[in-house]
Design a protein around this ligand. Sequence first.
Ligand code: HEM
Length: 384
Amino acid sequence: MFGRPNVFVTTPDASKRVIMGDEAFKPGWPTSTMELMGKNSFIGISYEEHKRLRRLTVAPVNGYEALSLYMTFIGENVAVALEEWSSAGEPLELLTQLHKLTFRIIIFIFLSSKALKARKKVVDGLHSILYQRRNRVKHEDDSGKQQLGKNKKVDMMEELMGVEDENGRKFRDEEIINILLMYLNAGHESSAHVTMWATVLLHQHPDCLCKAREESEEVVRRRPAHQKDLCKLQALEIRQIDYLSKVIDETLRFITFSLVVFIFKEAKTDVDTCGYTIPKGWRALVWFWGVRLDPEVYPNPRAFYPSRWDNLKPKAGTFPPFGAGSHMCPGNDFAKIEIAAFLHYILVGYELELVNPECPIQYLPHPRPKDNCLARIKKISQHG
Ligand code: HEM
């Protein structure tokens, strides 16, 4: 699959960390998801172009202002979904439902409600939405109501239409669509998986579930009476839920989502590691399973134990669920907020009942219970 690696770089205890290859990882190979997607599909971007893309597109996704704005929308959607699932009566595939939910959240946040109608033909839909938007903005421009790039945008598509680099260059339609597709693709499946695993792991560890539930209920109790409505969750409040954030970190360490099975990284200089030299320009393949289960960093690594994060300050490179360096996942804070919101809502109002608690795991392409986590969502409190 990855070509034939000719060198495995190992730690003294032989847990694999980095695989080096000659033919497989010569300079010119993709170094990241963004580049991979570019080469395989539509963009084919250079290092400079990647830097430019990140500079122009990360703030609308992960900036504090953007996150605060999205919080209400995420909360409302989670609340409605849980209500719907719990009243279904029948068991449902939690993973399938979470895919739909995270897709709805991400597509709405990037494209507002219009694109929901275009889901079946996303690309055609995006083209036609862009065309309409440009016409509308031009019309508003002509009539002096709004100037693109100066007034408030309704979603990420409009942000991208207005954004300019230092040379005054704007994105072309093709580029906007490619960026949106990349974010849509990268931004929903991973979150759905991690959310499902965090929910399942909590329910499989009743002591952790109890502790997380107490904490979430305390957050609701502390709120002023007029803010008891759960849909009014604030980004700041989510970030204050200390134990829950450890549950999320532990889930990210404990399970390995496909994107996080490995990443390519390029050596910018000759790197000496574990008795080997990775020459400048070579790609190293970082094998996350070796990193996240390293007993020197995580004692008893196969135990799900969120409290290990009480005093744990992982050294650089030992906790890379979102990658590292210039390609690090730009949706990391967004994803954590989305997962935390879901867990918080389920903790204060619902319970998960797995139909097949002993269901075997299917590992490829992503680890998941073979039944897609068939479960009943039971309402246990009016908070939900
Ligand atoms: C729990 C959820 C998520 C996980 C575990 C995750 C993990 C990752 C990882 C490991 C990478 C590769 C980083 C590297 O090469 O060093 C990545 C890249 C990326 N992720 Fe995420 N991600 C998640 C959610 C999201 C979300 C919600 C978005 C969008 C809102 C997003 C957008 C992207 C993009 C665009 C890239 C490519 C970045 C680049 O190459 O510059 N991800 N993600």
